[in-house]
Design a protein around this ligand. Structure first.
Ligand code: ATP
Length: 359
């Protein structure tokens, strides 16, 4: 247990710096409540930094991230800033590969006091986590595309090690959630095992992992059926686990179920390092206006505190995470604020102030 935690902070591009300002203010408010100090080390990286310096992710930034207790990340990438192959500058992917942050954890739940995009009253019960494998899958092809005379080929990689560790992570998470919530747990694997041998292999490894966790319900679904079911009956799911590309797409879909990208936090977790960032991107369409919803970023801060709490056996940090979540919930439930995605008029500063008030 320590009294002082080092946090590498990478605000990035677009709304990244706006929501990071909110994160720092809320972290400072939590600090005084839980009696733990955070030393924030702001680092340069991102598409704008690439324009200015020719480097998207400096070595110095990597070093600070490596030495930090955790990494807080805003958002990076700008649509008009592209590399020679036409793809965007996306340092978050480099960070995932560099630090082997293989588990992309994306929890979503409905917040009382906010309208839900789904009409069913059951939408109030949505509370699920998508676990995205983040180091292989179709994203393995990034930087390895093969150009042939007839076009460009991108290869998907599904290894035994990569699949086994992400499935194991998903089952452990389901076990923790079942214990916390006092109800049975379930893991649903999302694949396309009816078409691709790589995905049939994924399913086999998933089922082998499931057999080691007999206390957890386990099932598999095809990704196309899952896209349907996540809209028709998302309240029936607990933990989902899937390969990188399917996880990328379904992450945005599940964020929409609870009101949009501004509500979806995430964590990229490895065995030694972890990075916490909202599931959304830089939102260039609303950047600079002070209207970004900071909720996803603030809930990502809570995820960071939870991860540090387990790693350092420090209950004060877990208390801080619960306090932030409760303050966010209270801000919406009491109607003090309503983000613009929900038809409200609250600015980034309004929501931040309400959460700090709650803390
Ligand atoms: P990326 O590919 O980098 O993840 P994306 O293509 O998913 O990005 P986002 O930047 O996440 O795109 O934006 C998608 C939509 O969600 C945009 O209309 C954007 O304004 C909105 N959005 C994203 N984040 C927020 C936020 N924090 N508050 C309000 N709206 C947001």
């Amino acid at each position: 247990m320590k009294s002082h935690y080092q946090i590498a902070v990478l605000p990035g591009d677009g709304i990244g710096s706006e929501i990071m300002q909110a994160a720092e203010q809320v972290l400072r408010a939590a600090e005084s409540r839980i009696g733990v100090k955070f030393a924030l080390s702001y680092q340069k990286a991102g598409a704008q930094h690439y324009v200015e310096s020719g480097v998207a992710l400096p070595e110095s930034t990597l070093k600070v991230c490596d030495e930090a207790d955790a990494i807080l990340f805003g958002a990076m990438g700008l649509p008009h800033v592209r590399g020679a192959d036409g793809t965007e500058i996306i340092p978050q992917l480099d960070l995932r590969f560099h630090f082997d942050l293989y588990a992309g954890v994306r929890p979503i739940r409905t917040f009382k006091g906010l309208p839900t995009p789904l009409a069913s009253p059951k939408a109030a019960e949505i509370d699920l986590v998508l676990v995205r494998e983040s180091t292989e899958g179709l994203f393995y092809a990034r930087g390895r595309s093969e150009t042939r005379a007839d076009g460009v080929y991108d290869t998907m990689q599904i290894t035994r090690k990569g699949t086994a560790r992400i499935c194991e992570f998903a089952f452990k998470l389901a076990e923790q959630r079942a214990a916390q919530k006092g109800r049975p747990g379930r893991v649903t694997s999302v694949d396309k095992a009816n078409v691709f041998a790589s995905m049939a292999f994924w399913r086999k490894i998933f089922e082998e992992t499931a057999a080691k966790h007999p206390g957890m319900a386990a099932d598999s679904a095809y990704v196309d059926a899952m896209a349907l079911n996540l809209v028709m009956k998302p309240w029936t799911y607990d933990v989902l686990v899937t390969e990188n590309m399917f996880g990328d797409i379904l992450s945005d879909l599940i964020a929409a179920l609870v009101g949009g990208m501004g509500m979806a936090p995430s964590a990229d977790i490895g065995d030694r390092h972890a990075l916490f960032q909202p599931a959304h991107g830089t939102a260039p369409d609303i950047a600079g206006q002070g209207i970004a919803n900071p909720t996803a970023m603030l809930l990502s801060v809570a995820m960071m505190l939870d991860w540090l709490a387990v790693r350092h056996a420090d209950q004060a940090l877990a208390d801080g995470a619960r306090a932030i979540e409760a303050a966010v919930q209270a801000a919406f439930e009491t109607g003090i604020v309503c983000p613009r995605e929900f038809g409200g008029t609250s600015s980034t500063a309004d929501i931040t102030r309400a959460v700090i008030g709650g803390l």
